[in-house]
Ligand binder design. Sequence first.
Ligand code: FPP
Length: 258
Amino acid sequence: MLLSFAPQSSLHVAIIMDGNGRWATSRGLPRTAGHAEGVEAVRRTVEAARELGGIGTLTLFAFSSDNWQRPGVEVRALMRLFRRYLAEEAERCAANGVRITVIGRRDRLSPTVLREIEAAEARTRHASPFRLRLAVDYSARDAILRAAARLPRIGETSREDLTRLLAEDAGDGAAAPDVDLLIRTGGEKRLSDFLLWESAYAELVFTERMWPDFGAADLAEALREFRSRERRFGKVPAAAARLAPETPERRERAAAAR
Ligand code: FPP
């Protein structure tokens, strides 16, 4: 089978927004100042993702389940910023066709954060065509464990079954497509328990840019890098596939020759 190189019109881009703390400390500021500046980068990036075109879903890693282990003052600041972002942006997102959903555990969030999440989701429920997913109290491994525990005990299960259960677990309604492009800012090169199932064939782009400095040009550059890559999904390179395309006829001939 020939590989398809048609540009996808509705990519799923996921971002691990790293480097807020270092951005702040390198300027002699408290880490929370880096997170506050990070919110501005979130605004810029959502805007850019809509305007660049080709992206249908953007998932941002806002708070991992392991982030609860940070100092209380930092956790509280992050929750406050998150709440404020939802309160300030829901209206604009609804008007601009951006549907907000929040993925991750909800049972450990404060009632005020929960209220703002539910209000933003309700306000943007019918917004289309762009989907903004914010991962809060999110751990991919925990999400997979919870979904696996809900798999039917009898009969065969498929990848689609687990994908559907993961979407339900995320409180996300419909399953998001697999991640096409995963970007991590801040210079580290790891996945940090983010969308492990959904990123099975994601292209990874790591940038030295600290998250508060991230903007439209960086997103465009990551997309350029993504588009320059050949996605093979385990198959052979396109050139080789063209030389020896695997067809039912070829398979039959090969079987007859054996
Ligand atoms: C990682 O940087 C970043 C976070 C743990 C939080 C990300 C949060 C925001 C960008 C703001 C709130 C989000 C939304 C959606 C409104 P780090 O603190 O680990 O940086 P470091 O590696 O330099 O210490």
